[in-house]
Design a protein. Structure first.
Lengths: 253, 253
């Protein structure tokens, strides 16, 4: 049996990838706040431990595909919560599943964001404390900040954390990649659209294709990244954003 | 009829993509120095004009897929020749086929290189003169340099030139993307391996997967980039290099 573990499996991109991997014959273990094989809250250390333990039980310690899709949007008031889920929740599970991925010669795709490079957060204290994996310090820095100031930083730090692992994980026979979508027609984006003020952020970033991504486009790209054709793709950050990243910073890549 | 134009179609990655697009039903117009529908030398202005004119005739002014694969390696003595083919040859044809791509709602994939970010060439005079599209000035700067000093710069400038076009080309309904392979088992790589001293450059760059790319892996990724699944991918630089880019510069992406 081939096993796939998906965080954020109950909706949006996670749910769409779930459907596709099931069609390919994978036994999928979903992790989410609801409607999943494992219900757990990835914002807390206890929730992450529950998610890790139960998922490893369900797959017998062998994971062929891991998708870290659980994430909260920049429209929420609680920036600390967004950092806890988007960065510490994702990273704790990624590292917690490393041995199970190595056992299967498995692969991991992490959902980042094209926003990760749209703010000058490279040296932001909250990014550096995330990269130090110091959750308490990060929470002190974030305090009561709105998620609008945290979302991009959490995805930026997560992408760097993934890339810093490629030598070690590659030696263990694991592939590790990031997809960096632009705004995608998910329940999360609906939350942003419905917000009285944060919704305006969607008009700030030029999109040469003049539309948002569909869930199918992002899920289809993840499906490709998980395929054998992509066997030499490792540590890559795959932008699928209608050209926004290229337009905003053409000379960086 | 769907038309594909491929430069460098006679060997390596270009030949493999040709085979795959033909299997999908495309009429392929190959451009190369030999064994192709259009034989032309992309190092010269005349050769580029011949290539452009004959290919546009053959496809009736409508191009669905354009792959710019023609390129020379860093093992050649003649660095100026490498800049002429890799940068000016590629860019002249890309721009020359823009209207034909727009007529078809077409797409273009350009073969870059992961080496494009492995040297600090961002502000190198030859890169800036390439971006100014000043071939004479570029030739003055390069003089009799060995290609070892030009190859990465030519791919770096080409990638930036592509990304600088995304707004305009996106508005014209064209998708434009770059694939950035690491060393790939092609005749070009064989030339590098066979070189008495330049071959040592292959050991300088760490590859977490500890192997080179196969032609099939690069061609398969290009096939994906050309597919409808990738419809929202525009201006992206897709690294397929076994993790080298991520290991060398984990904090940039």
């Amino acid at each position: 049996m081939k096993y796939a573990v998906i965080t954020g499996a109950a909706s949006g991109i996670g749910a769409e990838v779930r459907k596709r991997l099931e069609a390919q014959g994978y036994a999928v273990i979903g992790i989410d706040l609801r409607d999943s094989e494992v219900t757990a809250d990835l914002s807390t250390k206890d929730g992450r431990e529950i998610a890790k333990t139960k998922a490893l039980e369900a797959c017998g310690g062998k994971i062929d595909r891991l998708l870290l899709a659980a994430g909260l949007g920049g429209h929420l008031d609680d920036g600390a919560l967004v950092a806890r889920v988007n960065y510490f929740g994702a990273l704790t599970l990624m590292d917690g599943f490393k041995d199970a991925l190595a056992s299967a010669g498995g692969q991991c795709v992490v959902i980042g964001s094209n926003s990760a490079q749209m703010r000058p957060v490279d040296e932001a204290p909250m990014v550096l404390s995330m990269l130090e994996e110091d959750e308490a310090k990060t929470m002190d820095i974030i305090g009561d900040m709105h998620a609008a100031m945290v979302y991009a930083a959490s995805k930026h730090a997560l992408t760097r954390a993934v890339r810093r692992r490629v030598a070690d994980w590659g030696a263990a026979g694991i592939r590790l990649n990031v997809i960096a979508p632009g705004p995608t027609e998910t329940p999360m984006l609906q939350g942003v659209k419905d917000h009285p003020t944060i919704s305006k952020s969607l008009e700030m970033i030029p999109i040469p294709q003049n539309r948002f991504a569909t869930v199918e486009e992002i899920a289809g790209t993840i499906e490709f990244m998980f395929s054998d054709v992509a066997a030499h793709m490792h540590g890559s950050v795959i932008y699928v954003d209608g050209g926004s990243d290229a337009q905003v910073r053409p000379d960086r890549f």
